[in-house]
Design a protein. Structure first.
Length: 407
């Protein structure tokens, strides 16, 4: 299947270029009415980490302690070299050598109500913020790390600034309330500290999970147990696919994208799945919706899990395990298409801890997960946003269609 025709030329731009372009957009949102800070009046100044060509983080330029802490808590480095680079930046900030290593700065003069002022009103004064610069995605939104004067991370704030991201921010607030009230013992989730509106933007502030606690090995059984706890947190049900509320909701989502080339292919694949396996009994529960290695951490006594904006009850149990395995596979496989094939092949072992052992139940759960994920991509218009895997015809759809035709 060929890539969608609506994919923009920006898909050919590399990730660094797209992140660099995003800086102006996000600062314009956070500091409306800004103008060049040449003379007079207070201004806001950020260091661009590591530089303006490869931006990942904006940190306050006027406070070395806060800036160093923001970099240190920004993300868990993947590998020794990445850790060494992170530590070098932290040391430069702490010692005052950042002027030599970190030369790119952004200075703006706010001309209206700023996000800093809003957060002061909502949470009290004294918090400083750093700004995460994420990859191009339809659901990309400003994510702010909030630190106190001592450099301790107190919270994270998300801003919904488009129709899609406003919906996702509200959904995450509701999800955290539901999951937080479920009495989880293995999984620890953030607390909602504030939810409100700043102008036309949705704002969600959530507590920082204790990622600084001693790490504990996140073995496959421990990970599966955490996912199973989430699957059961809002209750479970059992029944056939064809008679389930899940199938009703999925058909509605597919109907909404039927006019899209990929949407039509997905709808056809889903209908074929139901015709072939609609009488298979499945167990339904909740899933986190984006359980990826970068959205969790294993510490002593708990599995920390964040980014709950895709949390959904009433889906076939096992979706989280499939999603996690696919994200890991995409990072390791020679191609994303190969990762999808590997996922389907590994599904029997992935589903075993969830009690999904019947061959047809395993197969239909894996294929439905791929349909569900692909429907999300099309609905969100990820390709048009420049997302790296947004063009489904280049990786997911060919594998899915081939697997469904073999039913």
């Amino acid at each position: 299947m060929s890539p969608i025709k609506t994919a923009p030329a920006a898909l050919r731009a590399d990730d660094e270029q797209l992140r660099a372009r995003y800086i102006d957009e996000v600062l314009g949102l956070l500091y409306p009415g800004d103008s060049p800070a040449a003379t007079g009046g207070p201004s806001v100044e950020y260091l661009v980490i590591p530089n303006a060509r490869k931006p990942r983080l904006l940190v306050p330029a006027d406070d070395r302690r806060v800036a160093a802490a923001a970099v240190r808590r920004y993300a868990e480095p993947q590998g020794r070299l990445a850790r060494l680079k992170r530590d070098a930046v932290v040391t430069a900030l702490r010692t005052g050598l950042s002027g030599l290593l970190l030369r790119d700065r952004l200075r703006i003069r706010p001309g209206g109500d700023t996000i800093d002022a809003y957060l002061d009103r909502a949470l009290g004064p004294g918090l400083r913020l750093s700004v995460h610069i994420g990859p191009a995605r339809a659901n990309r939104k400003p994510v702010l790390q909030l630190l106190d004067a001592e450099g301790h991370t107190r919270a994270f704030a998300k801003l919904g600034t488009s129709a899609l991201t406003r919906t996702l921010v509200r959904a995450e607030a509701n999800a955290l309330a539901a999951v937080g009230a479920a009495g989880l013992r293995t999984v620890q989730v953030p607390d909602v500290m504030h939810a409100g509106q700043w102008g036309e933007h949705e704002v969600l502030v959530q507590s920082a999970l204790p990622v600084w606690r001693p790490r504990a090995p996140l073995t496959a059984p421990r990970l599966a147990a955490a996912m199973l706890e989430v699957a059961r947190c809002c209750g479970t049900s059992h029944g056939t696919l064809a008679g389930s509320g899940y199938w009703t909701r999925l058909r509605e989502r597919l109907a909404a994208v039927a006019g899209h080339a990929e949407g039509a292919a997905l709808s056809s694949a889903a209908e074929r799945i139901v015709r072939a396996t609609g009488n298979v009994n499945l167990s339904f529960g909740s899933w986190h919706g984006d359980w990826s290695p970068w959205n969790m951490a294993g510490v002593e006594g708990a599995v920390l899990v964040w980014d709950w904006e895709r949390f959904t009850p009433g889906v076939p149990i096992g979706y989280d395990a499939l999603h996690h395995a696919l994200q890991v596979g995409i990072g390791r496989s020679p191609s994303a298409g190969q990762a999808v094939n590997d996922l389907v092949a590994a599904a029997p072992d992935l589903m075993l801890p969830f009690g999904v052992v019947h061959r047809q139940a395993v197969e239909v759960t894996a294929l439905l997960y791929l349909v569900d994920l692909a429907t999300r991509y099309v609905t969100d218009r990820q390709a048009e946003a420049g997302a790296r895997l947004g063009v489904l015809g280049s990786w997911l759809l060919p594998v899915l269609v081939a697997r469904v035709e073999a039913l």
